[in-house]
Unconditional design. Structure first.
Length: 483
């Protein structure tokens, strides 16, 4: 949602002359860049437990963050009010941090590309967040009723259910951005998530499943269709959970299902493409730009342009337009994910990946919706090619070492593959590997790419909503930690 400029000026009690004065104050100690990030966020939340909505809340956050760059040094300060005296004090504090640092004195060919002027005002017709029913003005009883109906629908699908816990969380964030190039951007970002955790009991043994959905939409997302979809997913595969066991471990082929298993792509590979890690030499891909890092036909991208997607943005938190960025094209590493700082260092244009948790934080390179393009194979062909291996439906938590690329992921649900067919369900196993090696070992890519619509949150120094996805893929060899 994009309101007119006056809406944001009134909301933050500023006018263009004050924005210019703040920037001038920030540059007062000799800095070469200053930007302002104004934020007004309303949060709402309801939780259902033991058959009733037992808690709820509504709160707000408001303020402005001011960043000053001088050479390689960053000064950052924020104010939780937009009173002129408080904002000017924050601008002076940010400037003071960089005092005495030699600024970038000349504009070279290398810095021109990263200082591209994003002129013009935001276009409401290009908004990526479809909102028909605003969250802020909606009756809370609609949200309470939704959770109650969701619980009833889930319970009706399986007699083994002993507990349902459900929650609805929403937020709406107004942002206003201005910088020392005179770029002015503004945006209103909705985000809502519904999560249900279901506990099943059979013969004295308990299992649990969690399902979540999240979009940048309005209250209209709380539909009967969503209830039916979440209820079906909440009970999907429960029989397999009770039957699942640990397979024999060792190195073997692993087929990753389309959609949610893309979290491995995000964690084990996506972070290594973020430019700050590469700029500092901490990523295994720091010296791989322009080189073949995986098989031809494999393309990996980070995308802010999918309408209503949790990871999409009209503008990033530096005012750079959201865009689609290919990191890997036909197996070749072609781009990192850049904020303005890394883009200036590399002499390229920012990719719209400068993101922050709130106005209290400076932006850093972060993913948005990260996924792999589809390939040439039907999922059935991929399964049929495996004599003995593991099929992973969903991963749970995992650990990744960005520098080395090593990862370990816990398998939430999956099956043994025997002679090209899914047989016994498996659980309580880890998939262990190395990101670059696993990428290079992808031998088949399915024609079923899917971006998962779960409530994914990335925790790199700051929390940020993201999305991930993948088609069905075959990794020729990974270590499976089993019996």
């Amino acid at each position: 949602m994009i309101h007119d400029k006056a809406h944001y000026f009134n909301l933050f009690c500023v006018e263009k002359p004050m924005l210019e004065k703040l920037v001038a104050t920030g540059l007062g100690s000799g800095g070469d860049w200053c930007d302002l990030f104004f934020e007004n966020t309303t949060y709402g939340q309801f939780s259902l437990r033991d058959g009733a909505v037992t808690s709820g809340g509504l709160h707000a956050d408001y303020g402005v963050g001011i960043r000053v760059l001088s050479g390689e040094k960053t000064g950052y300060a924020y104010s939780e009010t937009t009173r002129p005296e408080d904002m000017l004090a924050a601008a002076k504090a940010a400037a003071a941090i960089t005092r005495g640092v030699v600024p970038v004195a000349t504009v070279t060919e290398k810095t021109v590309a990263s200082r591209r002027l994003y002129s013009g005002e935001p276009n409401p017709a290009a908004d990526r967040y479809p909102v028909r029913i605003p969250w802020r003005s909606s009756d809370p009883s609609v949200m309470v009723s939704f959770l109650e109906r969701l619980e009833a629908a889930i319970r009706a699908r399986d007699t083994r259910i002993v507990k349902v816990m459900a929650s609805l969380a929403w937020q709406v964030t107004d942002v206003l951005l201005f910088n020392s190039l005179g770029e002015l951007k503004y945006d209103t970002r909705p985000l809502a998530s519904v999560t249900a955790t279901v506990i099943f009991e059979q013969n004295g043994r308990r299992e649990r499943q969690t399902v979540s959905k999240s979009w940048r939409m309005g209250v209209e997302m709380l539909s009967d269709r969503l209830i039916a979809e979440m209820a079906d997913e909440a009970v999907h595969g429960v029989d397999a959970l009770f039957e699942a066991g640990r397979p024999k471990g060792g190195k073997m082929p692993v087929v990753m299902a389309a959609g949610a298993s893309g979290i491995l792509l995000h964690e084990a590979m996506g972070h290594a493409f973020e430019a700050d890690f590469n700029r500092k030499g901490q990523s295994v891909f720091s010296d791989k730009m322009g080189k073949q890092i995986c098989g031809k036909g494999i393309s990996i991208l980070d995308d802010a342009t999918i309408p209503a997607c949790r990871g999409s943005l009209n503008y990033d938190d530096e005012g750079v337009p959201g865009q689609k960025t290919y990191m890997v094209e036909d197996g070749v590493l072609t781009s990192y994910l850049h904020d303005r700082i890394s883009a200036r260092s590399y002499g390229v244009a920012p990719t719209g990946n400068g993101r922050r948790e709130s106005f209290r934080y400076a932006p850093i390179p972060r993913m948005r919706a990260t996924y792999m393009d589809g390939g040439a194979y039907a999922p059935e062909e991929i399964l049929a090619s495996v004599r003995e291996g593991i099929y992973v439906e969903q991963f749970a938590n995992g650990q990744v070492k960005i520098g080395e690329g090593d990862f370990t992921f816990f398998v939430k649900s999956g099956f043994l593959i025997e002679n090209g067919r899914l047989t016994r369900p498996v659980k309580d196993i880890n998939i262990i590997g190395n990101g670059p090696e696993a990428l290079a070992d992808i031998t088949m890519v399915g024609n079923d790419p899917r971006v998962d619509d779960g409530a994914w949150t990335c925790g790199k120094e700051q929390s940020a909503p993201v999305s991930c996805g993948i088609p069905t893929v075959l990794v020729a060899s990974l270590t499976v930690g089993g019996e």
